[in-house]
Structure formats: structure tokens, C-alpha cells
Design a protein around this ligand. Structure first.
Ligand code: FES
Ligand code: FES
Length: 133
């Protein structure tokens, strides 16, 4: 049912934890199952995500997609991170079972929401950058 990559990221998730001095934080819930995810990021002055950690109360697919998503945006700019889709994360994991695709939206939404938090803390209106949803 699950690919080897999903099993790997579920069994050995990358970037789990918290960042006490994070400058971008979010908590999002999955409307479909009620699971939640928290994301912490350190974003430097050139808008590079230098560190990212997550915690989730979610299923195995949520853990694996969060782990992969954090790997994919670490070291990238905020603009690049905003282009990350849950579909790209699922593809990087060699696919998810169709009934588990909704689990992968948690990571995409948490990253986007943390970036909104980052701009709000700087006193910048995030809407023109991030869009509204
Ligand atoms: Fe359990 Fe989506 S409802 S992972
Ligand atoms: Fe809730 Fe997977 S079942 S995130």
C-alpha cells in the first residue's frame, strides 16, 4: 500500500521538533480528519528558510509528507517554498494511496501559514505575496 519512501519517512521522520526562536510558526488542522500540524521556521534576512521543524498529531501519511515537505523547503527561499504543492510532495514520496492524498495537504498548508505568520511579524501584508485562501 505504501511506497518504501513513505515507510522510510514515517519510520524515521526528518526535522521533528520545535524551534524555540522561530520567526515563523503555524498550526493548521486537516478539515477532513481533524488531525493537526505545527511548523516552526527560521527565515533569514535574505528570506532563506535556514531551519524548519514540525510536530503533528496525524496519521502515518501525514508524518511522511511533513517529513518530506520540510526536507524539500529547507535551504530554499520563501518564494520557492510557496510553490511547493502537496502533489509534488506525494510524487517525491513515490506516490500515496488515493485515500491518503488529503493527508498531504496538511504540510503544504502549514508551510504556507507559517510564511503568512513570518510576513505578519514583519508588519508586511502577506496577501499580495501568498494570496488568500
Ligand atoms: Fe486518517 Fe486522513 S483520515 S490520515
Ligand atoms: Fe488525518 Fe491523515 S488521516 S492527516
Amino acid at each position: 500500500m505504501y511506497s518504501a519512501k513513505v515507510m522510510d519517512h514515517f519510520s524515521n521522520p526528518r526535522n521533528v521538533g520545535e524551534i524555540p526562536d522561530a520567526n515563523a510558526v503555524s498550526e493548521v488542522g486537516n478539515a477532513k480528519c481533524g488531525d493537526i500540524m505545527k511548523i516552526y521556521m527560521k527565515i533569514d534576512d535574505s528570506e532563506v528558510i535556514t531551519d524548519i521543524k514540525f510536530k503533528t498529531f496525524g496519521c502515518g501519511a501525514a508524518v511522511a509528507t511533513s517529513s518530506m515537505a520540510t526536507e524539500m523547503v529547507k535551504g530554499k527561499t520563501v518564494a520557492e517554498a510557496l510553490k511547493l504543492t502537496n502533489k509534488a510532495v506525494a510524487e517525491a514520496l513515490d506516490g500515496l494511496p488515493p485515500v491518503k492524498m488529503h493527508c498531504s495537504v496538511l504540510a503544504e498548508e502549514a508551510i504556507k501559514s507559517a510564511i503568512i505568520d513570518y510576513y505578519k511579524r514583519k508588519g508586511v501584508d502577506p496577501t499580495p505575496i501568498v494570496g488568500c485562501d
